[in-house]
Design a binder for this molecule. Structure first.
Ligand SMILES: Nc1nc2c(ncn2[C@@H]2O[C@H](COP(=O)(O)OP(=O)(O)OP(=O)(O)O)[C@@H](O)[C@H]2O)c(=O)[nH]1
Length: 185
């Protein structure tokens, strides 16, 4: 049915303390969380308008992953797309992002999954360890979207999920124009 609300489940993953919760909360609740409480796992819901359709998004904010705890197969069941976050202030967090993507591909058995690679904490430019090109080039190699963001800026978080929904819809309907813009309710 044309007007039926679609559901899309999105996992936000990445190294510890890169800002997964802060980005998610800024997007869903429109405020910046300054304090740091490591996440176990939280889920958020938000209705997104995409090309005139309402999409019920469930956003799963995962516990930070390191070399020893990189997601589990449950994070790939029924998941439509992945927001993979690193911090532009941490080269190690980008190395971990590479491992996390490999793990996701191993679990799903796919060559590619809908993904947005996000370089967070752009406001901390004095502490930058990674250039924009490093993130952009990696995403080009992977064939996914890439964006730099700050969890302090609501607009950059809406752009992340805009790209995420576009990636998901493109994978489901490869013949679409892929240019749709999202509006967040
Ligand atoms: N300056 C700045 N600080 C940020 C940004 N995003 C997150 N932080 C801070 O970084 C710390 C960690 O942020 P979280 O959102 O808790 O990180 P996380 O990735 O969810 O952490 P885990 O749950 O441990 O994996 C907090 O003190 C945040 O306030 C950002 O864009 N800019």
């Amino acid at each position: 049915m044309a007007n039926q609300t679609k559901s899309r489940t999105i996992v936000v993953c990445g190294a510890p303390a890169v800002g997964k919760s802060s980005l998610t909360i800024q997007f869903v609740e429109n405020h910046f969380v300054d304090s740091y409480y490591p996440t176990i796992q939280s889920a958020y819901n938000k209705v997104i308008r995409f090309r005139g359709q309402e999409i019920a998004a469930e956003i799963i904010d995962t516990a930070g992953q390191d070399e020893h705890s990189i997601l589990s197969s449950t994070h790939t069941v029924g998941i439509h797309g992945y927001v993979l976050v690193y911090s532009i202030t941490s080269r190690q967090s980008l190395e971990l992002a590479k491992l996390i993507r490999e793990k996701i591909l191993n679990f799903t058995g796919a060559e590619a999954v809908p993904m947005v690679l996000v370089g967070n904490k752009t406001d901390l430019h004095m502490q930058r360890q990674l250039t924009p090109e490093e993130g952009r080039d990696l995403a080009a190699e992977w064939g996914c979207s890439w964006i730099e963001a700050s969890a302090k800026l609501h607009e950059t978080t809406t752009r992340i999920f805009d790209l995420m929904i576009a990636e998901i819809e493109k994978s489901i309907n490869p013949d679409g124009d892929g240019q749709g813009q999202c509006n967040f309710l």
